[in-house]
Design a protein around this ligand. Structure first.
Ligand code: FES
Length: 239
């Protein structure tokens, strides 16, 4: 896709292994260069055999444009893994799991499905895109089923991804995507009494819980998306 890029780096040999739902702060420009802030990008895949860490991101602004123009010999700085990620062991123990994603929000879901499958719980995946889907082949080995919805009708169901979800069929729903989509998923889950976890996106500065720049309001008070999240109980963050 013209605005989607995949970036693969050597898996750092030291420090904790990244988990599904965690992210790194990426920077490919000097501290005194614009933009001031590093870019939070979620982990798309980890390959411990090849020793690689992969990010899938959308070119949205100056920072991601600079990442997309990375050239041989330039330095890329990664800080992470940040955030709490998904509780995969808890999800696998829950029973039937649906994973619902939208657009570039599908990026962290590949590692999530991979970890769920490794834990013996292949999820049903439902994904929505504006037009052409991307990256779906990689999901196939790790999912029980894959259903696609597109706004344009270019592939799969012509309509919203939430049209594909019946939360009553599941013990847990995990979601990442546009806020309006996650709000819809959370609403369906609340009505069905099915637990739902949502991975939020937010502009970030430090990525470490220090600056409070990514504070979001939850039913139990303010929380930082970078450190307390990005994965939250959907009922906590969506009305
Ligand atoms: Fe600084 Fe989250 S980005 S607290």
């Amino acid at each position: 896709m013209p605005d989607i890029r995949r970036l693969t780096v050597a898996l750092p040999k030291e420090g904790p292994m990244p988990k599904a739902g965690q992210f790194y702060m990426l920077r490919a420009w000097a501290a005194n260069e614009s933009p001031v802030l590093s870019r939070p990008i979620s982990v798309h895949d980890v390959d411990t055999v090849e020793g690689t860490l992969t990010f899938l991101y959308q070119i949205k602004g100056e920072g991601t444009q600079k990442l997309a123009r990375l050239a041989w010999g330039q330095t890329l700085t990664l800080t992470g893994p940040c955030g709490n990620g998904f509780d995969v062991a808890g999800a696998a123990a829950a029973g039937r799991v649906a994973v619902v994603g939208g657009g570039i929000g599908t990026a962290p879901l590949l590692l999530l499905c991979k970890e769920l499958a490794a834990a013996g719980c292949k999820p049903d995946l439902m994904v929505g895109f504006r037009d052409q889907p991307y990256g779906m082949d990689a999901f196939e080995p790790y999912c029980n089923s894959i259903a696609i919805a597109t706004d344009s009708g270019a592939a799969g169901h012509h309509g919203l991804v939430t049209d594909l979800l019946d939360p009553k069929q599941y013990d847990l729903v995990l979601t990442c995507g546009p806020t309006v989509m996650m709000r819809g998923v959370a609403k369906l889950c609340a009505a069905a009494g099915t637990p739902c976890k949502a991975s939020l996106e937010h502009k970030m500065a430090c990525g470490l819980g220090a600056c409070l720049g990514c504070t979001c309001h939850t039913k139990v008070g303010p929380k930082t998306v970078c450190k307390d999240g990005p994965v939250f109980d959907a009922g906590e963050v969506f009305e």
